[in-house]
Design a binder for this molecule. Structure first.
Ligand code: GUN
Length: 295
């Protein structure tokens, strides 16, 4: 069997068209949705992600401002900036690109973001809302994965999803959302550490594999049940002399081998990545709408 390729770029483009319509509607009501992005340091991957988010905002008509700050910024300096964005009426959503430099405590920064401007959905209050089934903002990558599966018509009720990677950004929130969701439409969930010694035994039981481990080639063909759906959240830069940039981007799945076994699979690039951007923008529009309703 050769797997169906799930085209994240196409699905994300559909969502961005919907977001653009919502932005138009808000503008007619005198509200210009705004997103502030904070990028600390010069990590090339983070720079690319923030540039992609900025470009997508422009495309859908969302006001955007990017605060690019040197890696030597103090924690207090960064907190001052977040406080000013919390107060800024033009800004409805705030995203602080992670990771932050080691001298800054990431969790302290996340907790400074006003929960109703937390477009990333990383604040403990929003994580708590998600955990009790009353979500305000679902983190963008997990909601991108769920939206992509829904729009591809992939039924999850009664299925078994195995999630590899227990990060606060991907693994935990997607497991939380599915645990909390309607059992007719959400799978049962197993969550594994990427170094789980019985990982292959776990993945072979999966109807759906979601891998967010940051390890190129972690998921091999022999780890996948024939016909399973494989969602690759990994974005890894691997050296490549043939490529003018000196590297290429690969996921956590051995795509060439696994596509011969799986029923459906996301490519990297062009799978989950564009979905994350689209869902962040959708969260920003929701934030703008909610803040306007409160005003
Ligand atoms: N770093 C990796 N993924 C993300 C994300 O979704 N949001 C932010 N803010 N940082 C990230």
């Amino acid at each position: 069997m050769t797997a169906r390729i799930i085209d994240g770029r196409r699905i994300a483009a559909d969502i961005l068209r919907e977001v653009a319509r919502d932005v138009e509607e808000l503008k007619r009501d005198g509200i210009l949705p705004g997103l502030a992005a904070v990028l600390v340091g010069d990590d090339p991957a983070s720079q690319t992600y923030v540039t992609n988010k900025e470009r997508a905002c422009r495309e859908v008509g969302i006001y955007t401002e990017v605060h690019r700050i040197g890696a030597s910024v103090s924690q207090d300096g960064l907190i001052d900036l977040i406080h000013s964005l919390n107060m800024a009426a033009r800004v409805h959503g705030i995203l602080v690109q992670l990771p932050l430099p080691p001298h800054i405590r990431e969790q302290d920064i996340i907790e400074c973001v006003r929960p109703d401007k937390d477009a990333d959905g990383f604040h403990p209050l929003n994580i708590g809302h998600l955990a009790i089934g009353d979500s305000q903002f679902v983190p963008a990558t997990p909601s991108g994965v769920m939206e992509m599966l829904a729009r591809e018509g992939i039924e999850l009720g009664g299925k078994h999803a195995v999630i590899i990677g227990r990060s606060n950004i991907v693994g935990k929130p997607i497991a939380t959302a599915w645990m909390q969701g309607n059992p007719n439409t959400c799978p049962r969930v197993t969550i594994c550490h990427r170094n789980d010694p019985r990982l292959d035994e776990m993945t072979r039981q999966a109807d759906v594999i979601v891998v967010a481990a940051g390890i190129p080639g972690l998921i091999r063909a022999d780890m996948v049940k024939p016909g399973a759906v494989v969602i690759d959240v990994g974005i890894n830069h691997v050296p490549d002399k043939e490529n003018p940039r000196g590297y290429r981007i690969v996921g956590d799945v051995d795509f060439t081998a696994v596509r011969e076994v799986a029923g459906a699979i996301t490519p990297v690039p062009g799978g989950v990545g564009p979905m994350t951007v689209a869902m962040l923008l959708r969260n920003t529009v929701s934030a703008a709408r909610a803040q306007a309703a409160q005003a």
